[in-house]
Design a binder for this molecule. Structure first.
Ligand code: 4NP
Length: 156
């Protein structure tokens, strides 16, 4: 079983959406015995919260139901997950700064490393929290693209 953890700042916008999209791919393509995913945040402000209502609404328009409850990145995550995928460069540096001694930094990737086409040049998934509603749709476009490529890379 390969386990993948998506990490953003608040765990209410980007990473729970990536988690929901990727979990849907695992389920619909029949890989539940080989792949699993989860998400968390580097911050603690939203622990226990559902995803932001704007992200849930944007997801619902595409047929997703994002029901994750926010949690904060913890020590066990570094052991429990094979791959830790940061939404942006700040998330990645926070993840690495908190890593236990001897942790292999190569297990942390930037989400946009998996993006292709017009998204390939992005240096991270933009934080939609302070943006308008269209920011959430743009984030979903990026997440669908990267998740599809990540899924292919894990299953080929
Ligand atoms: P996320 O977005 O990291 O994609 O979940 C954010 C959510 C909340 C905050 C920042 C970013 N916040 O400052 O509360």
């Amino acid at each position: 079983m390969k386990k993948i953890l998506f990490v953003c700042l608040g765990n209410i916008c980007r990473s729970p959406a990536a988690d929901g999209i990727f979990a849907g791919m695992i389920e619909s393509k029949g890989f539940s015995d080989k792949l699993a995913c989860d998400s968390c945040g580097t911050g603690d402000w939203h622990i226990g919260d559902l995803p932001d209502p704007r992200m849930r609404a944007a997801g619902q328009r595409r047929g997703y139901r994002f029901t994750h409850r926010a949690r904060q990145l913890c020590r066990a995550d570094y052991e429990n997950f094979d791959l830790i995928i940061a939404m942006d460069a700040q998330n990645r540096s926070d993840i690495l700064a908190r890593a236990p001694e001897g942790f292999d930094a190569a297990r942390v990737k930037l989400f946009t490393e998996f993006c292709s086409g017009k998204f390939a040049s992005l240096g991270g998934v933009p934080d939609p929290y302070w943006s308008g509603d269209d920011g959430f749709d743009q984030v979903l476009d990026i997440l669908e693209n990267g998740c599809a490529n990540l899924f292919s890379a894990q299953t080929e």
